[in-house]
Write a protein that binds this ligand. Structure first.
Ligand code: MN
Length: 254
């Protein structure tokens, strides 16, 4: 979202308040060691880690961007695609946003129960308890299930866990009625933030669909797109940079 070249930006990070491994403080320490100057904490559907992140950001002289990552759906004709939208510069005290995030967390809990039921049906019992133990006090997310499956030696790694058990088309996949992308963008804007289309290449969309998604995202008030993310290969970065340019979206990285 910013283009001062001497600074290092990381605008997409998860802490253990959602599906990350580290506390916000540990994350900021890590970012500091790697020269990050502007850092956004963007936990899934929660802003609970931001207060702690702010304390650590002061300590390490890093500019903290208050963020969140919302799960949403893009409806393309009769097909729904799960899409992630990062909100940057949101007001973490916005009452309406907090209420909306609460509704997202409820959906996550009910989805987690359904995932566990489906896994039990294919001979993997105890997944809810297992994932919950890994999530601790946080909301259970699919990576917690993936971790549980790895722990139980049912599968070998994250990508296999998603392909075989948790991802779209797999037996443990539970479609969730996340808000439409237009709605999610509104939530972010109404909380004072800017909406960024997260990791666009992860949705396995054809080029033409991705263009359509970018167009729709921009029309609905989205402002940026993640050009650089951990899962984008070099060629993909170039392609998304082109998309950003064509659709007049700002480039973000995380
Ligand atoms: Mn994401």
């Amino acid at each position: 979202m910013y283009n001062t070249p001497m600074f290092s930006y990381d605008l997409h990070n998860h802490s253990h308040f959602s599906d990350g491994e580290l506390s916000p403080t540990e994350l900021l320490a890590y970012a500091h060691q790697h020269g990050v100057k502007v850092f956004a904490l963007t936990d899934h559907d929660t802003v609970a880690g931001l207060a702690q992140a702010q304390q650590a950001a002061i300590q390490y002289n890093i500019q903290l961007i208050n963020g969140v990552e919302l799960s949403a759906r893009w409806r393309e004709h009769d097909i729904y695609h799960d899409i992630h939208i990062v909100g940057l510069n949101i007001d973490p005290k916005d009452a309406q946003l907090l209420e909306r995030l609460q509704s997202q967390l409820k959906k996550r809990t009910s989805r987690a129960k359904q995932i566990a039921t489906r896994l039990a049906q294919i001979g993997i019992p105890g997944a809810y308890e297992g994932a919950q133990a890994l999530a601790g006090k946080q909301c259970i997310t699919r990576p917690h299930f993936a971790k549980y499956l790895i722990q139980q030696q049912v599968t070998k790694d994250f990508s296999t866990a998603f392909r075989q058990f948790l991802g779209k088309g797999a037996p443990g996949y539970v479609p969730t009625n996340w808000p439409d992308i237009a709605e999610a963008i509104q939530w972010i804007r109404q909380a004072g933030g800017q909406a960024v289309l997260a990791h666009p290449k992860r949705y396995k969309l054809k080029n033409q669909q991705l263009r359509q998604l970018c167009k729709c995202f921009k029309q609905q008030g989205g402002e940026g797109i993640e050009v650089v993310t951990a899962t984008h290969k070099i060629g993909e970065v170039t392609h998304v940079a082109q998309l950003a340019h064509n659709h007049q979206l700002l480039g973000s990285q995380g």
